[in-house]
Ligand binder design. Sequence first.
Ligand SMILES: [Zn+2]
Length: 328
Amino acid sequence: MREHGMSVARRRLFGGAVALAALAATRRETAAAAPRTFLRPPEWYRFRFGEFEITVVGDGDLDLGDPAGGFPGHPKDDLTALLREHFLPTDKLVLPQNCFVLNTGRQLVLFDTGVGYTRPFGPNTGMLLANLRAAGIRPEEIDAVVCSHGHIDHVWGIIGGDGKPNFPNAQVFISKADFDYWTDEARASAAGWVGTFVQGARRNLLPVRDRLTFAEDGKEVVPGVVAVAAPGHTVGHTAYAIQSGNRVAMFIGDLAHHQVIMLRRPLIEFAFDTDPKQSAQTRLRLLRQIARERTFVLSYHFPFPGVGHVAAEGEGFAWHALPWGVDL
Ligand SMILES: [Zn+2]
């Protein structure tokens, strides 16, 4: 009787064919059919927040160079140690930009607009419109553009290269203090970055002046969204509390730019703050409140998608990112 219906000779032949197939598969693995592109995938993420839906849409990364340049009054050794401890590059500070689209069921509300078409921070920025399209959101569907403050990476995406609004049907919200400060003609000729920021704010905010409403502390901008004054980074810097049922989320804008440096050292002074001391006090006060009340945080500059919670830890705070796929 032949073992399992197969002769010894056939089994040898079959075994040889299997070995050859295995060898061919190994060769294929070392010559991938698809080339490596090293391209970033479209940057958007979506989750549920109570009755609302939130889509995070990236505008790309701001490379600020040497971390010490961002915090001139702080010991460089401490910055390096903090970054090393969290396995982050110590030679450059990179800040992602997370814009948020809140869908309340009635309205689409965009929080902040990135650096816009001029891409002043290089080709890996100014990606909001492309990423919105990737997420299936058309710019003309946006009902409100809500701005935290008047800086380059927050309002320069309001107007396109053709001089027309990127979000043609949107009402625009910003604090009066920031509108007045960053569109002040007298400041447009200021030396250094302040003059550049003012010129860009004028280019982006003045053309939508007739559809602009000032966000006021404690008042609703659109149903479900209340302005929360958070001054210091700029004179009228504003966070926004988003409420669905008994859940509260806070879009913190630039209350903290970095999930390690500015949470572990909340009183640190940032180079781009209009009033660094007031900014630090506002940061400490609001972060304490957010941690105590377990408020869900939407952060503009924390690692994409910039959503999670802040907990008190030691003298400062720790960031706990919301895991992929978790709804609130
Ligand atoms: Zn910013």
